[in-house]
Design a protein around this ligand. Structure first.
Ligand code: GLC
Length: 450
């Protein structure tokens, strides 16, 4: 609680509290809307949830072999060599990380895919991979892709700041193969295309049969779960029995109460009108929401009265989600770490009240994110098992879940609030590197079914 503050602060903070708080009723309404959008998406009607069939089911745990996996979807591109032992165990034999330059994300598709092929070339050379053999490769491409089979799919739209021209509407595997051929990389056979959520679920389910939801809480946010084919009424495939993992693309869920900061952020983003849930929940946006609130307070003369604060906080992304993480973990009495962060940013006049307010704002923004994420997971679980009779493992990857202070505790509180003692049937587990290992498992399944 912030004490002895002028009325204006109190008024403003209670306004912020109001517009950022998601209460139990909001969550229940959200879950209902979620179910209705899921139903529409599965039936092929217009819906903010695309509910994309992945052509993959949960694994047996007995898949084995060595595979190459590519992981594209955030700020880094990764190439991995993964080994599956056939007993639920997997290990990453080698991994190389390449920073994706801004011009590759926002230039042309050719530039982006050439960068991917060049990175693969570097990986093969650095690890002295024998090029006389053929390796099955799985491509984790973490964007909304309409799949037509396990190794083909067209990009529906870009998300998370990517805009590379000439890729939307194209089959990304064709683009990858073209780039590989043009660089003379002939030792690779692209066996599978997967979303990162699907990789995460598959990787967790490889070890744990109870895992039936895969979630990403990182730069972006999304989830997948296995759905009975009979429930996917838009499914036109030959196979009619069994289930298939559905990539929900929940980042685009749109029935959410948004406030003026969310609306402004969306309007100035490069995909306005899309990804409302992602813009409230994910790491790409939390820092920017916080920055917008701070700027508003500075502008109103309620925070950082020094001469340069306006200019500093007017700059987009001057606060990043990783800074919020640091701010919220500062438990020192005089908030020395927050002071250090602000000083580095160039802020010259900092009071204890400024620091407390900043911490409080970060907490409002991140608590809302965690509650919305938990509400979305609850919607999926109650869809799969309305009485929550069974045990469910939710495999989660992403730095918000892994590193953000209290994020997972706040999520657990929501489960307790909604499901009381049955909340113990929900186990959230970090699925570190799920997208790399999971992709290898998908490649193994795809390669063996040929
Ligand atoms: C974005 C993408 C989605 C991906 C998620 C997490 O929401 O559209 O495909 O799974 O980010 O990376």
């Amino acid at each position: 609680m912030i004490t002895s503050v002028p009325v204006a602060y109190e008024e403003f903070m209670s306004y912020l509290d109001k517009v950022f708080t998601i209460n139990e009723n909001d969550i229940k309404v959200m879950i209902k809307e979620f179910h209705s959008e899921m139903q529409k998406g599965l039936s092929g009607y217009e819906s903010s949830l695309k509910m994309i069939p992945s052509f993959v089911d949960r694994p047996e745990g007995s898949e084995r072999g060595k595979f190459i996996a590519l992981d594209l979807g955030g700020t880094n591109f990764r190439v991995l060599a993964v080994e599956l032992d056939g007993n639920g165990g997997s290990s990453v034999l080698a991994v190389s990380k390449f920073v994706i330059k801004h011009e590759c994300m926002t230039g042309t598709g050719k530039q982006l895919f050439n960068f991917i092929a060049d990175s693969i070339e570097t990986f093969l050379s650095d690890n002295e991979i024998d090029r006389t053999k053929i390796y099955d490769l799985a491509f984790t491409f973490s964007f909304p892709v309409e799949q037509t089979n396990v190794a083909a799919g067209t990009l529906i739209q870009w998300t998370k700041g990517f805009t590379a021209e000439g890729v939307v509407g194209e089959d990304v595997i064709v683009l990858l193969n073209e780039a590989l051929r043009s660089k003379n990389i002939n030792c690779i056979r692209v066996a599978a295309l997967a979303n990162d959520t699907v990789g995460t679920l598959v990787a967790k389910a490889y070890q744990d049969k109870n895992c039936d939801v895969g979630v990403i809480l990182g730069t972006g946010s999304n989830a997948c779960y296995p759905e009975k084919l009979t429930n996917i009424s838009k499914w036109r495939g030959v196979r009619k029995k069994g289930s298939m993992i559905i990539n929900m693309e929940w980042g685009n869920f749109c029935h959410l109460r948004r406030n003026c900061y969310d609306i402004d952020l969306d309007e100035e983003s490069n995909n306005p009108g899309y990804q409302y849930l992602e813009k409230i929940v994910s790491g790409m946006y939390l820092g920017e929401i916080t920055r917008r609130i701070v700027y508003d307070l500075v502008h109103r003369g309620l925070m950082f009265s020094g001469p340069n604060a306006r200019r500093i906080f007017a700059r987009k992304e001057s606060i990043e989600t990783k800074d919020m993480s640091l701010i919220q973990s500062d438990t020192t009495t005089n908030l020395g770490e927050i002071e250090e962060f602000l000083t580095e940013l160039g802020i010259t006049k900092i009071t204890l009240l400024d620091k407390k307010l900043l911490k409080k704002i970060c907490s409002l923004v991140s608590t809302r994110a965690a509650r919305v994420a938990a509400a979305a997971i609850s919607a999926v679980l109650s869809w799969l098992d309305p009485e929550l009779k069974d045990e469910h493992t939710v495999g989660i990857d992403g730095s918000l879940f892994e590193k953000y202070p209290d994020f997972s505790n706040t999520m657990s509180e929501v489960f307790k609030m909604l499901f009381n003692e049955k909340a113990k049937n929900i186990k959230m587990e970090l699925a570190k590197d799920g997208s790399g290992k999971g992709a290898a498992i998908i490649a193994a399944v795809a390669a063996s079914s040929e």
